[in-house]
Design a protein around this ligand. Structure first.
Ligand code: NCD
Length: 307
């Protein structure tokens, strides 16, 4: 039996660290946070979250901060490492050993894949991985699952398409690892240059099919999880230009799918979903954002031992 105390003082680094029971428990705790988010709470009064973002972010940083504030806690941190001592050459480990004196929990994002693990090894307080290079983004996977469950009433039994940049897109890596624990069928839709990262692909246990043809598989899908081509991870800008418009989701394409197709996207979108999809009932990507607050409220309360 999973208990709240199992998460106390623990880091959140990778979806590899969670089984079905832990995931179900976390999703239930996030649901319990829905009314709390509306009303506000003093559960984490006196606690401080530091958000250390070494890479750009809108949703992840602000939703961690919103989650902490809604629970009565406080927030400090930086979103521009060039204005911190990182600029002077301070190591990640030294930054962490300093910042942990100012706060009770750290949420961080970093361009290097092993950064969250290194930070967690240096820190005595919990570290929550808000995106580690083209590695993982576990809190996003939990909010994606929470949204899916809310939109479809279940996760088991769904046919899900992950589309776009499956090589560099860390959200698809964490989501695929999380979906390993559900009875789902997966379509991995990408240009051949951006197929699912090998160390994730080799561990997928569910039935999965790789394809380049979105139009062909779309009618089979219950959920289309689209992603941005990750420009900043390309060594060659010409290659990015060639692949950036590989898939454009427009109303015509959405209408060619099931009537109740759920279209998700971690955001930011560039131009892979046209804005005239936004008003369709199938568009879930802005509603998805809200679920990030519930999930991060639950995680903060759990790792700080308040539940
Ligand atoms: C994603 C990320 O940073 O990995 N954004 C997010 O956290 N919602 C997706 C992306 O940047 O494409």
């Amino acid at each position: 039996m999973v208990k709240a105390s199992d998460f106390k003082g623990k880091d959140v680094l990778s979806m590899r660290d969670y089984g079905r029971e832990e995931i179900d428990f976390l999703l239930d705790k996030a649901t319990e946070m829905v009314p709390v988010a509306e009303k506000g709470s003093t559960l984490l009064r006196g606690k401080i979250l530091a958000t250390l973002f070494f890479e750009p972010s809108t949703r992840t940083r602000l939703s961690f901060e919103s989650a902490m504030l809604r629970l009565g806690g406080s927030v400090t941190g930086f979103s521009d490492p060039s204005a911190s001592s990182v600029k002077k050459g301070e190591t990640l480990e030294d930054t962490i050993k300093t910042v942990e004196n100012y706060c009770d929990v750290i949420a961080m994002r970093h361009p290097e894949e092993d950064a969250a693990r290194r930070a967690a090894a240096a820190a005595k307080i919990p570290v929550l991985n808000g995106g580690s290079g083209s590695g993982e983004h576990p809190t996003q996977a939990l909010l994606d699952l929470h949204t899916m469950k809310y939109a479809k009433g279940k996760i088991d039994g769904l046919t899900i398409g992950l589309c776009g940049d499956l090589l560099y897109g860390r959200t698809t890596h964490s989501l695929a690892l999380a979906l390993n624990h559900f009875d789902v069928e997966l379509y991995l839709i990408s240009p051949k240059e951006l197929t699912m990262k090998p160390d994730i692909l080799k561990d997928l246990k569910m039935k999965h099919t790789a394809t380049t043809d979105l139009k062909k598989v779309l009618p089979k899908l219950d959920v289309l999880y689209d992603t941005r081509i990750q420009k900043e991870r390309f060594a060659d800008p010409v290659q990015y230009e060639k692949l950036k418009d590989a898939y454009i989701i427009d109303p015509k394409l959405v209408k060619s799918g099931k009537q109740d197709l759920v279209v998700m996207h971690p955001l930011p979108r560039v131009n892979e979903i046209t804005t005239d999809v936004d008003a369709m009932p199938n568009a879930w990507y802005f509603r998805q954002v809200r679920h990030g607050v519930y999930v991060r409220m639950a995680l903060l309360a759990l790792v700080l031992g308040a539940l």
